[in-house]
Design a binder for this molecule. Structure first.
Ligand SMILES: [Zn+2]
Length: 219
């Protein structure tokens, strides 16, 4: 799952209009933003699989900190608490925490069984929609369309950056989705990790776009 995570972030703007789209991207994609660092530290493990049964050409061997349900619940709680402790923003915190949890639930739909319930758990979960790439991509693009529609209803462009910045961001997300689904296997796991780190640019891009759009709220 790739686009679907961003779709939920776009949709969440209506529920938390005071949160920047950048923060919403951070929440929805946090597990996959954390994962590359854990790979580089050697704390989690991925292997390249040139002929996967659908989905990206990777075997997610071990990722209990970023992708076990117990780990995700802890990260989710952190995202609830930080906005609350900073300026008593329960609503923003609950939305951000929900976004973190939504990542795991969406991954559950598409991943082959590789998601643990807790670190060291003997069983792995995953409903495996990746085995059906056409359906999986239809779902991802449909979710994105709905999410963006809700974001467009919740905000309006203040200038050209708010308009073009959004559409080029969307085009980039769609290209990455196509590359993930149908691209060649990466050359190494280090390349996987470093390309993964580049996703932070998407967070910064979303933050910048959101600054050029207005929710109509008087803050
Ligand atoms: Zn993930």
């Amino acid at each position: 799952m790739f686009l679907g995570h961003f779709a939920v972030a776009f949709a969440a703007k209506a529920a938390a209009p005071r949160a920047s789209l950048g923060s919403l991207f951070l929440g929805a994609q946090f597990l996959d933003l954390l994962w590359p660092t854990l790979l580089l530290l050697g704390w989690e493990e991925v292997r390249i699989n040139p002929s996967p049964a659908g989905g990206p050409p990777l075997d997610f061997v071990d990722y209990p900190i970023s992708h076990s349900l117990a780990g995700v619940l802890a990260w989710s709680l952190l995202f609830v608490m930080v906005p609350f402790l900073r300026d008593r923003k329960w609503r923003t915190g609950l939305v951000l925490g929900g976004l973190v949890l939504s990542h795991w639930l969406l991954d559950l739909v598409v991943h082959h069984p590789d998601l643990p319930l807790y670190p060291g758990a003997p069983d792995y979960l995953g409903l495996g929609l990746w085995a059906y790439p056409v359906s999986e991509n239809l779902l991802e693009f449909a979710l994105l369309a709905i999410g963006v529609l809700l974001y467009l209803r919740a905000t309006r462009a203040l200038d050209d950056s708010g308009r073009r910045g959004l559409w080029t961001l969307l085009g980039t997300l769609c290209l990455i989705q196509a590359g993930n689904s149908f691209g060649a296997p990466p050359p190494s796991t280090a390349a996987v990790a470093w390309v993964g780190q580049a996703q932070w640019l998407l967070v910064a891009w979303a933050w910048w776009v959101d600054r050029h759009r207005d929710t109509g709220l008087r803050l």
